[in-house]
Design a protein around this ligand. Structure first.
Ligand code: NDP
Length: 300
């Protein structure tokens, strides 16, 4: 079997188109422009790239983008003051504090200072609790994007066996909650899981979020299963020339694609969906804040 490739790049473009269409409607009918504020502390190169591309795409869908770039030695007090200001700014519907923060700042404290209604990353403890109890919440972007692709591919996920590899707060746990919400039978595997290969072999849906390059081989995959590869790992690529690198996921793409029914590539799978869902969440937050109808198909 050769797997269908789930094209996250194309799917993300269609999500952004939907967001842009609703943003244009809201601007025209209600005179409101959704706004996303991104706060970056320090000069981590990867974070700078993410923040730049978030800002660019925010503007492309017609939203306002507010960037706050702070020195690496910014105090907790000053950062909290900025978060508070953004919480109280009616032009700002979504707030994202780029992680990781420098070591002297307490991420939990900062994230939990964001107004949960503006917490477009879905990391605030209130949103975690709302998601866990099946209530309306802001949902973390990477799991939301993964869920959208699964729903699009399968229609209903009800009754499917899903295995989530990884139990992080930003990917594994919320992913498992979302799959449970869609009536999958969910197993969360992690570094202490016994007989991991056997556990994964039972899955109709495998979501890999471990941060280990190409860890899942094709012979762990049940024939016909759907594989969502969240991993983004940079490895050496001597075949491209000296000192060159390339991106790979947490699954061994070539061997898994021979067995799976469908698979997301890396790059071009889950990655592009993450920013698209950030924009979708900002739109959702704006609609909720203003009592407007929420966009269809862009929330969990
Ligand atoms: P974390 O490092 O926070 O969590 C990794 C999880 O994988 C942990 O629960 C860990 O288990 C588990 N794990 C590690 N090694 C093994 C192993 N050998 N067998 C089984 N489980 C294992 O990572 P994140 O969740 O933040 O990210 C995971 C991957 O997703 C990374 O590659 C990251 O780059 C990528 N990512 C991609 C995004 C995107 O936009 N596409 C967004 C966010 C992340 P334990 O808890 O026991 O230690």
């Amino acid at each position: 079997m050769t797997a269908t490739i789930i094209d996250g790049k194309a799917f993300a473009a269609s999500v952004r188109d939907k967001v842009a269409a609703r943003v244009a409607e809201i601007k025209e009918q209600n005179g409101i422009t959704p706004g996303l504020a991104v706060v970056l502390v320090g000069e981590d190169p990867a974070s700078q790239v993410y923040v730049r591309s978030k800002g660019k795409m925010t503007v492309e869908v017609g939203m306002n983008s507010y960037e706050h770039k702070l020195d690496a030695d910014t105090s907790e007090e000053d950062l909290l003051a900025i978060v508070e200001k953004l919480n109280n700014d009616p032009a700002v519907h979504g707030i994202l504090v780029q992680l990781p923060l420098p070591d002297h700042l307490n991420s939990d404290l900062i994230i939990n200072a964001i107004d949960p209604a503006k917490d477009v990353d879905g990391f605030h403890i209130s949103n975690v609790g709302l998601l866990g109890t099946g209530q309306k919440s802001m949902v973390p972007c990477t799991p939301l994007g993964s869920l959208m692709m699964l729903r699009d591919h399968h229609g209903s996920l009800s009754g499917m066996n899903a295995v989530v590899l990884g139990r992080s707060n930003i990917v594994g746990k919320p992913m498992a909650q979302l799959l449970l919400g869609d009536s999958c039978t969910v197993t969360i595997a992690h570094s202490r899981t016994k007989d991991l290969a056997d556990v994964v072999r039972r899955a109709d849906i495998v979501v890999a979020a471990v941060g280990r390059p190409q860890m899942v081989p094709g012979d762990w995959i049940k024939p016909g299963a759907t594989v969502i590869d969240v991993g983004i790992n940079r490895i050496d690529a001597p075949e491209k020339g000296e000192g060159k690198t390339r991106l790979v996921g947490d699954v061994d793409y070539d061997s898994c694609a021979e067995v799976a029914g469908a698979i997301t590539p890396v790059p071009g799978g889950v990655g592009p969906m993450t920013i698209a869902c950030l924009l979708a969440n900002t739109l959702t937050a704006c609609c909720r804040a203003n009592g407007l109808e929420e966009p269809e198909g862009l929330t969990a």
